[in-house]
Write a protein that binds this ligand. Structure first.
Ligand code: ACO
Length: 432
């Protein structure tokens, strides 16, 4: 038991409660309330989990005030600059960076699992052509459990690992097929001679009638986007994966639940909103009017891509993406892209404006990612899909950590009940 404690007093009874305080490696200390109900008959109330650590984890750390994001202790900017997405996948999954042999084995395993069971492609054909690619993602990822039953024993570490590899390897193939189906083009099979990002772009943009050469700059930008989105501690979709998985549901079902949570505009859908806003602004001369609207308490309009629940400083991922946006636009010959110009000017104005400074509203990861994805040729409906592909490694790593933790138990929050108290049933013919 921790030596540090917090004593609180119940003013109704005068009873004092001594609660242990636990200190992690970094971050604020947490008050351990696991015995609060058993010993004192009290629940805690924290809708939205604004002040609740829902689990113990060793994977990702965020300091929102300092603008710090670490994967297994490594700063995100160093990983984005020096690493590759698959190396980051290894790091998140295993806790350490791989040596060359470990990395080669890992890449080989992922690469060997990129193809989908042929019958899964038939499964796509049951969807309407105009289905949103995220709707297809939720269904197809959940359906993987119907195709790969040989690795569904969540108590077997080997099964867990096989499922993890299958998910990491197949998610770009599933995402690309969702896109191809939604635009009426034939599915493109993976090419195992390409890197993870190159292969993803190949499956998205190749067609039977036209050769598609993957540009190294595009592949690098895709790799950076995926590194930056790979994990983000206990956000809504990750918490969903953990909660679904805590019932011992198979990982395909748990991750399908996570994809559903990510789909919402308050979570994964914000970069689409940024792009729409930049189009709406349309001209640098209109920025002032939009900033004025964002500051007006009577106007519901907010600057999309600004502010974050956790970051009260510059989102470290947004800094990396700002440069990546330049590189991609340069590559596609759109370095003077009007949307980028509007974004840069908007950012400059907002960062110098008292309203945003006082409220610690800085650009978040979504501010530049939409510009990059759109320059790559992706429609806005695919933005959240790219996020889901990137976040799959975070979800599966968090799921593996949760399922192998000592004392793992089903997640079962309690509630503050404000409904009608107990009453007796009145037969229909006696009711007023
Ligand atoms: N534009 C203008 N004002 C804003 C903005 C914004 N983007 N964000 C917050 N504010 C203001 C609020 O109006 C409020 O002002 P007040 O104190 O005068 O009432 C104050 O800043 C605090 O706002 P909250 O909503 O309490 O901040 P919270 O941390 O709960 O919200 C959120 C964070 C939801 C992300 C918010 O900043 C927002 O709506 N941003 C725009 C949408 C966006 O970019 N979402 C992507 C988030 S990143 C991600 O999910 C991957």
């Amino acid at each position: 038991m921790s030596k540090e404690t917090l004593t609180i007093r119940d003013n109704r009874t005068g009873q004092e409660m001594v609660l242990p305080i636990q200190q992690g490696t970094s971050g604020p200390p947490v008050v351990d309330i696991t015995k609060l109900y058993k010993n004192f008959g009290l629940f805690t109330f924290d809708p939205g989990f604004r002040a609740t650590a829902s689990c113990e984890s060793k994977i990702t750390f965020i300091d929102g005030d300092q603008g710090i994001l670490l994967y297994r202790g490594y700063p995100i900017d160093q990983l984005a600059e020096k690493s590759t997405f698959l190396e980051v996948c290894y790091l998140l999954m295993h806790g350490e960076l791989p040596n060359q042999n470990q990395f080669d084995d890992y890449v080989k395993l992922v690469t060997e699992h990129t193809m989908l069971h042929e019958q899964i492609l038939n499964f796509y054909r049951g969807y309407r052509r105009d289905a949103h690619p995220m709707a297809i993602m939720v269904g197809v990822v959940g359906a993987l459990s119907a195709f790969y039953h040989d690795s569904l024993d969540v108590h077997d570490p080997r099964h867990r690992e096989i499922s993890a590899f299958r998910l990491i390897a197949k998610i770009p193939t599933i995402a690309a097929a969702s896109y191809k189906y939604s635009i009426g083009q034939p599915f493109v099979y993976p090419r195992n001679d390409l890197s993870y990002s190159e292969n993803f772009l190949h499956m998205l943009f190749s067609g039977p009638c036209q050769e598609y050469t993957v540009s190294p700059a595009m592949a690098r930008a895709m790799d950076i986007i995926m590194i930056l989105h790979a994990d983000h501690e206990q956000n809504a979709s990750t918490s969903t994966v953990r909660l679904a998985g805590s019932s011992l549901a198979n990982p395909f079902a748990a991750i399908s639940a996570g994809i559903g949570a990510l789909w919402g505009p308050a979570h994964g859908g914000a970069n689409e909103a940024v792009l729409n806003m930049l189009h709406q602004i349309g001209d640098e001369d209109n920025i002032g009017a939009f900033v004025k609207r964002a500051k007006d308490p009577n106007d519901p309009f907010r600057l999309m891509g600004f502010g974050h629940r956790v970051y009260k400083n510059y989102d470290p991922r947004a800094k990396v993406l700002q440069k990546a946006a330049y590189d991609v636009l340069e590559e596609v010959g759109r370095h003077d892209d009007p949307l980028l110009k509007i974004a840069q000017k908007l950012e400059k104005i907002a960062l110098e404006d008292d309203y945003f400074v006082k409220r610690k509203l800085y650009p978040n990861v979504d501010f530049y990612s939409g510009i990059i994805l759109s320059a790559m040729g992706l429609p806005t409906s695919m933005f959240t899909v790219i996020f889901a592909v990137s976040r799959t490694i975070g979800w599966i790593s968090q799921w593996m950590e949760m399922i192998s933790q000592e004392g793992q138990a089903i997640g079962r929050p309690r509630q503050l009940y404000t409904g009608t108290a107990q009453r007796d049933y009145i037969p229909l013919d006696k009711r007023a």
